[in-house]
Write a protein of this length. Structure first.
Length: 380
């Protein structure tokens, strides 16, 4: 149990406490911290005042314990990590996805009024992702990149299966076309699902349209072969990242036959588009759900630290961030570190993103066995 929960503690109290401490890790000022905790409370709406002793307000799959908040830290060499917070602003609507989406849309428009940005891109595709009768696992999520100055970068995540999973590819193709990326869909690699479609709104140097793909059973070789961006990221770095996070052998012990694969929750790739001339992505991100491939968060922390160190990034900041979110021993549960991601964007340095769960409602107990590790041991 998270030591911050007791008695009649409220979800908003827990989440803003976590965010306040993370803002300190990220080097944000007291004024910015106060501004962003206020934004988080507003985004949660009535749910912010909900006692943690009650069940989650909805069965959101934003997190394993249905917390409607997740944090992430983007690491670059030689600087403090950038902090983001992901929230489901319609979570107060319970499991009514259509109302969840409408509430989320109202929240985005309120942000647009507050910070003076356009929602034209979102308006063009609203009917595709927020129909009157909405299917699939989610409606709308909002991610805030917390920048100095109190004005965040805003990202909206939408559900390609809103009109049915069998129409997800059609929905993504149509959305890309409406946004001017008519050739983009054909540049995507083969996959087994479209979990998210995302937009950058507001003040971005190069606003992105992002398509997420699901890849069950991914191997290290496949992780390095899926980018379609130009210039392409190095395969060796992608494979090394994948092997480290999945705990696959490297060097002489590496499997050359493609049987080293993730056997649990699938990896995701994200392909981001910033220009319409070529139809090719300008960014590629590889997301690995590390929580399914470790026994506990101590192991997840070791793998995250190894990735950060290999990219000349500050692993000490990761430890401060984990302590800021939860005081529990890392060996007592699994899932505090949810995903690790390696991010490539044209014209920008490579970065590593660590996704950290709020664990507002539950801590998953440690796992007794790990699929990849058991299989690799058997082969060796």
């Amino acid at each position: 149990m998270n030591g911050l929960r007791s008695g009649e503690a409220l979800l908003g109290d827990l989440a803003t406490g976590q965010l306040t401490r993370l803002c300190h890790v990220a080097g944000l000022s007291e004024a910015d911290t106060a501004a962003y905790t206020g934004v988080l409370i507003e985004s949660l709406g009535a749910t912010a005042g909900r006692p943690l002793a009650l069940p989650p307000p909805s069965r959101t799959f934003l997190s394993d314990d249905h917390s409607p908040v997740e944090f992430s830290l983007a690491f670059l060499p030689g600087q403090s990590p950038d902090l983001r917070v992901l929230v489901e602003p319609g979570c107060s609507s319970g499991d009514d996805l259509a109302e969840n989406g409408r509430a989320g849309l109202r929240s985005i428009h309120a942000m647009a009024d507050r910070w003076g940005f356009s929602t034209d891109q979102l308006d063009r595709i609203e009917d595709l992702f927020l129909p009157p009768s909405l299917e699939g696992p989610m409606a709308l999520w909002c991610a805030l990149e917390l920048r100095p100055g109190g004005v965040p970068g805003v990202k909206v995540y939408l559900n390609p299966s809103a009109n049915g999973a069998d129409r997800a590819a059609e929905t993504v193709r149509e959305a890309l076309a409406r946004l001017g990326h008519r050739q983009a869909f054909d540049s995507l690699p083969r996959a087994e699902g479209f979990p998210f479609f995302a937009l950058d709104l507001g003040d971005w140097d190069a606003p992105r349209v992002k398509v997420y793909l699901k890849h069950p059973g991914m191997s290290p070789t496949e992780a390095g072969s899926l980018p379609r961006m130009t210039p392409a990221p190095g395969r060796e770095g992608l494979e090394e990242f994948f092997r480290t996070v999945g705990d696959f052998p490297a060097g002489d012990l590496a499997d050359d036959e493609g049987t080293d694969r993730l056997t649990g929750r699938p990896a995701l790739t994200c392909h981001s588009f910033t220009e319409t001339a070529t139809g090719l992505p300008s960014g590629y991100t590889l997301h690995v759900p590390v929580r399914d491939y470790v026994r506990h968060d101590g192991e997840a922390r070791e793998r995250a630290a190894a990735v950060l160190r290999s990219n000349a990034m500050d692993s000490a900041a990761l430890d401060r961030a984990l302590a800021a979110v939860s005081p529990r021993p890392l060996g007592d549960g699994v899932g505090l570190i949810a995903y690790l991601a390696l991010v490539h964007q044209r014209g920008r340095p490579r970065r590593v993103t660590v996704y950290v769960s709020s664990e507002a409602y539950q801590t998953r107990p440690p796992l007794e066995t790990v699929p990849t590790r058991d299989r690799v041991r058997a082969r060796l």
